[in-house]
Design a protein around this ligand. Structure first.
Ligand SMILES: NC(=O)c1ccc[n+]([C@@H]2O[C@H](COP(=O)([O-])OP(=O)(O)OC[C@H]3O[C@@H](n4cnc5c(N)ncnc54)[C@H](OP(=O)(O)O)[C@@H]3O)[C@@H](O)[C@H]2O)c1
Length: 179
């Protein structure tokens, strides 16, 4: 997708990969980037094309408010995430739930809120940032595997539906290998 003159929104944009998504989008000519964070005061960008916005994946009202405020978005980058390292069988169940709530249900909430926005702007794209950990087992990464694996499966189903309806195209990173 050509991002020149496109209006994008990035979750978890205050640090890590999310911050670099914002900088890269600006470098590639995006006309506006909604940089979202659960604590917007931690967003530090000096480009006037950046619009800071509050969005917490675990706060449904903040998600719908962001979708209402960012009605011109045609590129959504679902980047925000956590890693608790909790073991699926022996780890703290509350931490495992938090990973699923954040990565699966939280991301789905954002996708549901922004799908009509993207459709209203003629289609567009959703980028879901995933992990190679969804493909293999390693200690402490069980939650990552389940949540990201479900996100891959969900993303593939949604892409098929979106293609059928002619609406948003979707791309996850990295792409799932075919066996
Ligand atoms: N780094 C890697 O090696 C790697 C590998 C594969 C996949 N990933 C994925 O890439 C994404 C970004 O990773 P990263 O390394 O940049 O992580 P990071 O540096 O830990 O940053 C995570 C970002 O997500 C935000 N976040 C966490 N919970 C949130 C919530 N409930 N609502 C909104 N924002 C929330 C954080 O905000 P706060 O500052 O408020 O905590 C932060 O901005 C994640 O989805 C991660 O699973 C990373």
């Amino acid at each position: 997708m050509n991002v020149t003159d496109r209006i994008a929104l990035v979750t978890g944009a205050n640090r890590g990969i999310g911050r670099h998504f914002v900088l890269e989008l600006l470098d590639r000519g995006a006309s506006k980037v909604y940089a979202t964070a659960r604590r917007p005061e931690t967003l530090a960008f000096d480009d006037t094309r950046v619009v800071p916005l509050r969005l917490d994946l675990l706060d449904h009202e903040s998600v719908t408010a962001a979708a209402a405020a960012a009605g011109e978005v045609s590129l959504l980058v679902n980047n925000a995430g956590i890693t608790t390292g909790a073991e699926l069988v022996t780890g703290d169940l509350a931490e495992i739930r938090r990973e699923m709530d954040t990565h699966f249900w939280g991301t789905l909430d954002v996708i549901r809120a922004f799908s009509p926005v993207l459709a209203g702007n003629g289609g567009g794209a959703i980028v879901n940032v995933l992990s190679a950990l969804s493909w293999f087992a390693s200690p402490g990464a069980g939650g990552v595997r389940r949540r990201q694996g479900r996100r891959v499966e969900h993303d593939e189903r949604r892409t098929t539906r979106a293609r059928r309806s002619g609406h948003a195209r979707s791309r996850s990173t990295p792409r799932r290998r075919r066996h």
